[in-house]
Structures are given as structure tokens and as C-alpha cells.
Design a protein around this ligand. Sequence first.
Ligand SMILES: *Cc1c(COP(=O)(O)O)cnc(C)c1O
Length: 507
Amino acid sequence: MQPAPAGGAHEHPALPTGRPAAEILAELKALRTADAPTRGGRTFAYVYDAGREGLDELAAEAYAAYATVNGLDPTVFPSVARLENDLVGAAAALLGGSARTQGTFTSGGTESILLAVKTARDHARSTRGVSDPQLVLPATAHAAFHKAAAYLGLEPVVVPVDPVTYKANPTAITAAITPRTALVVASAPSYAHGVVDPVARIAEAAAERDVLCHVDACIGGWLLPYLRRAGREVEPFDLSVPGVTSLSVDLHKYGYADKGASVVLYRDAELRRHQYFAHAGWPGYPVVNPTVQGTKSAGLPAQAWAVLQHIGEDGYTALAERVATASDHLLEGLRATPDVHVLGEPEAGLVAFTVLTPGVPDRTSAAPDLSLLLHLADEMRERGWYLQPQLSFDGLPPNLHLTLTPATVDRVGPLLTDLAAALTSARALPPVTADPALTDLAAGLDPDALTPDEIAGILAFAGLGEDSGTGGLPERMAPVLFLLDALPGRLKERLLTEFVGSVFRLR
Ligand SMILES: *Cc1c(COP(=O)(O)O)cnc(C)c1O
């Protein structure tokens, strides 16, 4: 790494003198050729494709109509309040809200969760005098809760989940509640395994101790109610469940809005008040920010509003049915595939499976085969499918994760055919291994005290060095992920931080 020359004389590419619009747009489109496709149902993570003609164009036009409006001040731009109130109202109507329910439109699930945790922290401080708050979480709660705890100074108390169902254990959660608990969390469903936690029992335990309970329905909130409408059995999980005091739901997932759209709901305005930040102690305009951002685009609520209005109740019910059909088909195919083991009983939408060590006759005692699993992910990627690898955690097996959307319905058959072929190829490959000398060495390192040279050395060894291909990403991820899986959590986090830092790096 070159030290930065003194005086900032390094030659970073500056802006050109100005270029024609057509040329710029062509370059933007060309930049995307290396990206995974966001439409067409072959990318089973990160993207939500309703598969409906004209929806993307509608969202883009709605965004454009509001792109210059500043959502910071609804007294200057009253349209923003109208759009947000409609969105929050639709979420409250769908998710068991009462006449007292209030909420906020946010930029995504992470922001909704940050705000729910801040609200709980400040509520616990002001109503119960809690100065050293804890956040009680099932091990499967989304990482955004850990981010919120880290940002906002809460201690996360992580409770193991049931090792067979992957659901939160309400007895263990109840035992983890203390006078310091500001918030208890349940997921509907969890991202990792797509199973719904026993919300009623968890919320009841929280209410008995006068503690708030948040339901993370970021991914399930716009799907589960419509699955119920389509005739599927869905247990109660929303604000109608006694003891549930807040809930997050992402419109940019199964609401099919473009990214940057979520809603956080609260029992009442008195609770939501703790979310707001107001400041009058400076000479500028008096600040009231309901969310993290100050200036924010009204294009985001506008596009979400347009998409929700356009799809409507019947549309969402039909789309949920398509997701459930895709999910049924996939689960049936996976369960019929030798050595493949589906984790838990996924509710619909999300499916995680692992691959068991071949040749062990008693399948209940067969261990996951991480090498085979990661080879399989690479083999599938070569065949044009993206399945999301998830590493092992605290006794829970490593797995491949699929997000099913309506656009994937017609893809599940071909996916299963390719999966069988990819498994055969993966079995024929030499197993991935991690050099025990390296893992032993790594285990003894202090992740926070590594020097830049040490970091560069480990990244290069892991195949994530500067010269390992496009943007430092190797062609096959199996060796990298295999090594990561074996490293201690904190070291994993440090290396990933450095790796992503190397992707976003000026050269
Ligand atoms: C997606 C998701 C989140 C985080 O949301 P972002 O929109 O990615 O910030 C939180 N919880 C669950 C269950 C999710 O699926």
C-alpha cells in the first residue's frame, strides 16, 4: 500500500468537463453487465421480482415525480405526510393495528429496526429508569439488531434457538429477561431459516414483565397476511397479538417496491414519541427528525405508494400464492434429493438447506458437509443461479438460502434439474480444506490488533488478495468461505471489514 503523498497531491480521477446525457446513461447501463440479474428469477437473494409487466416503470415514474421533493419538512411539502400516512395506514390495516397504532416510513429494515431499538431504549430509560439497557434476542434475529445494539449502546443478550425447528425458545427467552431488558425480539419469519417464532408466547412473557416486544416482520409482514388470505395457515404474529408493542415490515421486499422503503409501527403515539429526535439548541431551523436521515427523498415513499396502490389486495394475494407454489415445489424437490436436508419447516418465501456427508446410513446423525455445500453453490453459480451461502453459527449448520419470489415460480423446475447435476459435479471435486496451521495461527491472533501487513497476508491466503481477480473477488468462493467458517467470529468480522474496505478503495 502506498502512503498518501503529503498535501493531497494523489491523482484520483476528477470529474470530466461535462458529458452528453446519452453517453452517461449508456455507461451506467454497461456498468451493470457484471452484476447478477435483478429480474428473471435466477437470483435467489437480494432481489424481489413480482414478475409483473409495467411495475418497474411505474415505480420509476412515481420516483421521478417526487425526486426533488424533500421529505425533511412535511409543513412545506404536505404531499409527503399524505403519502407516509397512507403507507403507514396500509401497514397498520394489514398487520393488526388498532385505532391507537402509529408508525413511520423509513429507508429499509435496518433503519426500522434501529429506530425500534432506540425507541425501546429511551422508553425504558424514561419509564423504568433503565440506564444500562439489554436487548434480548433469539440467535436467529437479524444482524440489524446487533448493529442497533452497537450503535445505541445496548447489551445484546443472545438466546439459543431450538436446534430442530430453528424457532426461538420462549422459555429460554423468558429466563433471559431482567430488570435491564429494554426490548425482546421475535421474528416472523427469521431471515436465516424462514421459520416464524412463537410470537404469542414471547410477547406474553415480555408483557408480564412490563417489557416491550418487537416483531421483526421485515420480510414476512407483506407476505404472511396474504398467504393467509390465499388459504394457508399462518399463526398470529402481528400487532393484534397481546404484548407486541412494535413491528417492522419492509415494502422493498414482498411489497415489491424499489429499494429504500420500510415501515415501523408502534402500539401508540406515546411510544413512538421516543423515536423522534428534536433539537432547538442551535441557530439554524428547528429540527424534528422522525428517522435517522435529515434531508430525504420523497421519491421513495412515492414509488412505494404507487406500487402498493397498483398491486392492491387481490394482486398481493395472487402474488403470495405464486410464492407459496414456488416454495412448495422447491421443498418437495429438495426433500427428494439425496443428502439434501431442509432446515426446519419454512413458512414460505425463504428456504434454507444443507448438504449432509454422503454415505452415512443414519441421516439423522449425518453431519453437514461444508465443502460439498460450498462447491455446490459455486457449481450453481456457474450454471447461472445465485443461492446465498450462510456459514455455521453456534451449532446451527451452514446452508444455502433461497428467497422465492413470484418470478421464480417457473424457474424452480430447471433449478432442481441443475441442482442435481451440480451436486454430481460438486461430489467429483476434491474437497476444500483449510490449512490447520493457518486456522491455528488465526485463532491465536487478536483481531483488533492486526497490522495492515498481517491483514493483507491473511486475505491473500484466503484468496481475497488484491490480485485474485475482478475487484479482489475469486472466481470460486468455496475456499474463501470454507476458511471463514473455521475462523473465530471476531476475526471473521475484522477480515470481512478489511475485504469490503478493499472493494471500496481509491487506487
Ligand atoms: C431484510 C431483513 C432485515 C433488514 O432489512 P434491510 O432492508 O436489508 O435493511 C431485517 N430483518 C429481516 C427478517 C429481514 O429479512
